[in-house]
Design a protein around this ligand. Structure first.
Ligand SMILES: [Zn+2]
Length: 240
């Protein structure tokens, strides 16, 4: 990494600071997050990486800037305005656990669930992130942050629950892929219960597994294992 530049004029439509203030005005605690930055490499080839500058960043352009971000997240308009005056390119993070929690779902499962939800009109606020995952906002039930547990030996499910004291990247934040996070249904849509969305996801997963089994049978071979795919058994916390 030879240099990190700031992205300019990369925010068509509503600006990041404007969106942050709007979330705050509706009572949602906001926090500034790192953002994509232009990297000048050997031969001055350009790429995008996290503005934190860490070569091994685990969540590029998706992690909070303040070290004590849970305490610093706020809906105060003056504080929010000051953050984005300091750095207009900050991505926008929202604190989870108070007003809502978020199910963070892989693309294939999210798309399948939305096809079902579109028919049944069960989906509340839903965002598609810049890296292609889906965020289903649900009523808060006090879940801790982490991957939805899989059954013994099944590995991680690929579904992450942003619960009490967590955060999510919100539109119009930018990903290092160059894609923006955007709302499919905005945050002012009524929040569904977590159980309702989980049941939709279960049905969608079962549908994908059924399709995969049919495809494998037609090909005369057993479907290959996919660590994040629908063929794995998930232990959904429906009993909570
Ligand atoms: Zn970073």
């Amino acid at each position: 990494m030879e240099g990190v530049g700031e992205l300019r004029r990369w925010s068509p439509g509503e600006g990041l600071g404007q969106a942050a203030r709007r979330y705050g005005s509706s009572g949602v605690p906001v926090l500034p997050c790192h953002h994509p930055a232009i990297i000048l490499g050997p031969g001055r080839l350009r790429g995008l990486a996290c503005s934190c500058g860490a070569a091994a960043c685990q969540a590029p352009a998706e992690h909070p800037v303040p070290a004590r971000w849970v305490e610093e997240a706020t809906s105060d308009p003056g504080r929010i305005a000051a953050w984005w005056r300091q750095q207009p390119g900050y991505n926008v993070g929202l604190l989870t656990g108070g007003a809502f929690e978020v199910l963070d779902v892989p693309a294939r499962l999210g798309e399948a669930a939305l096809r079902r939800c579109g028919i049944r009109k069960l989906a509340g606020p839903v965002a598609r992130t810049g890296n292609g995952r889906y965020h289903f906002n649900v009523t808060a039930i006090g879940m801790t942050n982490g991957f939805v547990p899989s059954q013994p030996g099944a590995g991680r499910s690929g579904v992450f629950w942003h619960g009490e004291g967590g955060w999510v990247i919100a539109p119009p934040s930018r990903h290092v892929s160059g894609e923006a996070c955007r709302w499919l249904q905005t945050l002012d849509a009524p929040l569904p219960t977590a159980h309702l969305v989980l049941r939709e996801l279960l049905d969608a997963r079962d549908g994908l597994a059924h399709d995969a089994a049919l495809g494998a049978a037609a090909a005369g071979e057993r479907a290959a294992g996919d660590p994040a795919g629908p063929s794995r058994s998930l232990s959904w916390p429906l009993a909570r």
